[in-house]
Design a protein around this ligand. Structure first.
Ligand SMILES: *Cc1c(COP(=O)(O)O)cnc(C)c1O
Length: 461
């Protein structure tokens, strides 16, 4: 073993090989040195474990190093198949885009566009000019602004309307969104002072009224988008807060989070405030994510009174938080689909998956099941089971949608082994396990993915 270890070439010796010298010129010295070190370390490990009887030649090692560098170059952000049934899965990129949105991105991204150019006047235009009229028409508001995401929207709204002054918020609405980020912390970064009113479970209108003073700038309502309180609870609806705001000449800002753009009757769950209803209730500013229930690209939408939206548009942070042209293209295309609600239900993937009828999902499950069955041995047990799934992504917490899963069990592999193997497949599959069976929920699997998924499952079972 010692003898083999001594035969390993020095780092410098490999770096002098012409192929690696050329690679270093084109890809930089440091990555090549790192790859050589990693290769030699792997070699030492293999020798120590008794896995090698001969040290490869320098030429061979050189090829290994080049292969290692090539390997590192593949895309790491990649497509996965979502078999969890959770339509808004934040870790899986939230909303998949509609075909129309993808086409819009492709048209705009590959060349130049009129992003900030008025074609009729031949003069400077506004990048917000494409989505603002659409949002006003869809939601019934005076003005609209799209920024980077909803956290940015809230930050901008409070910076423009309440910086240096106080913002009142209920203690029951201090939401932690995810990954340890909290709405009150984000709000505080705007320079406003957050004043908590009420108690955790109960906040009354008088709690807000008593806290209003000279320094108050905004009454903030935050939708408890990812948790529910039950029992002895009370919160103040937007409409009541608006009456108080009007008396005291204070704007009401409502952070809805999930952004349900259609009227409530279109969604298969309850108690999720919709954007049009919140505006009808009189909220002065409403903000929400474009990649949650709306089913568009990552963006934060601000809607409301013209004078207030104008204040945000002129705020320096508006420039720091502005939306890029790819997202704007996708957002405009997605919003166009909403001009006809039936059309939106058919063509926005998030809505397709959330609003899918039980019978349609059963049919989908049968279709996928037979594709898998054709490719797997008899011993693999496959069953279609009714199942419930959450919406995810901060929408309709605690409510379950009905659907179907395909349950798999194999005599030769455990559910955990199959789950891990599917995650490692060429196009990774995110499935889940219940009672020692691997489950694939069809609600979030696109028809176009069926064949590939069936092949990968057959490989794994
Ligand atoms: C999701 C959410 C946010 C953050 O939205 P992003 O678009 O992820 O920045 C803010 N507030 C509420 C209530 C939310 O649900």
């Amino acid at each position: 073993m010692q003898q083999l270890l001594r035969q390993i070439p020095q780092v410098d010796e490999l770096l002098r090989m012409p192929a690696l010298m050329q690679a270093a010129r084109r890809q930089g010295h440091t990555p090549i040195v790192n790859a050589v070190r990693a290769e030699l370390e792997a070699l030492r490990e293999a020798i120590r474990h008794g896995e090698l009887e001969q040290v490869p030649s320098s030429a061979q090692l050189c090829q290994e190093v080049l292969a290692r560098l090539e390997c590192e170059r593949g895309y790491h952000l990649q497509k996965v198949i979502n078999a969890s049934g959770i339509a808004l899965y934040t870790n899986l990129g939230r909303a998949p885009l509609a075909k129309e949105a993808l086409q819009a991105i492709q048209q705009v991204a590959g060349g130049y566009s009129n992003l900030e150019y008025q074609l009729t006047e031949g003069a400077r235009g506004s990048r917000n000019g494409f989505v603002e009229p659409l949002l006003c028409r869809l939601c019934g508001c005076e003005a609209a602004l799209a920024v980077n995401n909803n956290a940015a929207a809230l930050l901008l709204a409070l910076a423009a309307l309440a910086s240096g002054r106080e913002t009142l918020i209920s203690r029951g609405e201090l939401v932690e969104i995810g990954d340890h980020f909290r709405v009150p912390d984000i709000a505080a970064q705007s320079g406003t002072r957050l004043i908590e009113v009420g108690s955790t479970n109960k906040t009354h209108l008088r709690d807000y009224a008593q806290a209003i003073g000279e320094q108050t700038g905004v009454l903030l309502k935050v939708h408890t988008s990812n948790f529910r309180m039950i029992g002895f609870t009370e919160s103040v609806p937007v409409a009541q807060l608006v009456r108080l705001g009007q008396e005291q000449r204070l704007p009401v800002v409502a952070d809805l989070g999930s952004g349900a753009l259609l009227e409530a009757e279109y969604y298969p769950f309850e108690e999720e405030p919709t954007v049009p209803q919140t505006l009808r209730d009189g909220a002065d500013v409403v903000c929400f994510s474009a990649d949650k229930l709306l089913g568009g690209p990552q963006a934060g939408i601000l809607l409301g009174k013209r004078a207030l939206i104008e204040q945000m548009r002129r705020h320096p942070l508006a420039r720091a938080l502005r939306l890029d042209k790819l997202s704007l293209a996708a957002l405009e295309a997605t919003l166009q689909l909403y001009l006809d609600s039936e059309h939106a239900l058919k063509s926005v993937p998030v809505l397709q998956s959330i609003c899918a009828k039980k019978e349609a999902l059963e049919q989908k499950a049968q279709q996928l099941a037979s594709l898998i069955r054709e490719r797997t041995p008899q011993q693999v047990q496959l069953e279609i089971l009714p199942a419930c799934r959450p919406v995810g992504g901060g929408a309709a917490p605690g409510q379950w949608l009905e659907g179907y899963t395909i349950a798999l069990s194999s005599p030769s592999r455990t559910a955990a082994q199959m789950e891990a193997a599917l995650r490692a497949a060429p196009v990774p599959v995110i499935a889940y396990i219940r009672e020692e069976r691997l489950l694939l929920d069809v609600a979030t699997i696109a028809q176009e993915e069926f064949l590939l998924l069936a092949q990968e499952v057959a490989q794994v079972v």
